[in-house]
Design a binder for this molecule. Structure first.
Ligand SMILES: [Zn+2]
Length: 250
């Protein structure tokens, strides 16, 4: 049995994540969606309504409970709402790996551009963004097709390209970021966008992309989640609500 109170909190979390992604320029307009697995049969996903005003304006009501076959997860859940065309991105990513409880499908222009420019994401920096550097070191695979991933077959093909990683670039399209939490999925997307932007910036300045020294990895520790996730997410929420810190000095 799904508790209604918990669901309300989780709807709000997914809605906030959509607004964070929009505020970071990772999505534009009404394209892109974020989901969270609830149990064996259900997930919450950002859906579209006829009065949809875009990802940046996502409210908790836009996040609907659905089954893994894309049908309503409870009575009335899809009344006035449609699951995204690319729902199979979410369903297949979650079904392929139980650790993937949250999935963000976003369209960050810098990441699309870096791939189209033939630039591979590499660890060109370290302490500038440690989690991002580690993702770059592991490598970010590319799904070579630029199609709308609107059926199970394409969803599975995309998951195969992901090869067990948590980040994927879809050529001429966008990204998929999968994680244990919604916060982590979006923060990974922000990190990928950050390193893509820096790569483009270096190349635009006439520079050459060089990986950091191998010996530096020993001093790029995996910092506490309280810093890399909790504090980072607080910052993201403060940015979208424009709420000044309580101890702000005027
Ligand atoms: Zn898409």
């Amino acid at each position: 049995m799904i508790r209604t109170d918990d669901l309300a909190q989780q709807r709000l979390l997914v809605a906030q994540a959509c607004r964070v992604a929009a505020s970071r320029g990772l999505v534009d307009g009404t394209l892109g969606h974020i989901s969270l697995r609830i149990d064996e049969r259900h997930l919450l996903i950002r859906c579209r309504s006829d009065s949809d005003t875009g990802l940046a304006c996502t409210g908790a009501d836009d996040v609907r409970l659905v089954c893994f076959d894309g049908t309503a997860g409870a009575a009335g859940e899809l009344d006035g709402y449609q699951v995204p065309n690319e729902f199979p991105i979410h369903a297949e990513t979650m079904l392929s790996n139980p650790r993937h409880r949250a999935v963000a499908h976003l369209h960050p222009p810098a990441v699309v551009a870096v791939d189209l420019a033939g630039i591979t994401i590499r660890p060109i920096y370290g302490a500038f963004d440690i989690p991002g550097a580690w993702h770059a070191r592991a490598g970010v695979p590319v799904y070579q097709r630029s199609v709308l991933i609107r059926n199970t077959q394409l969803g599975r093909e995309m998951v195969a390209a992901m090869a067990g990683r948590s980040l994927l670039i879809c050529r001429g399209h966008g990204i998929v970021s999968a994680a244990g939490t919604v916060q982590q999925a979006v923060l990974q997307g922000i990190s990928l966008d950050r390193i893509a932007r820096m790569s483009l910036r270096v190349v635009s300045a006439g520079g050459t992309l060089r990986e950091i020294d191998e010996q530096d990895w020993a001093d790029l520790p995996d910092l506490r989640p309280s810093l890399t996730v909790d504090a980072a997410w607080r910052n993201e929420l403060a940015r979208i609500t424009q709420r000044p810190p309580t101890d702000y000095v005027r």
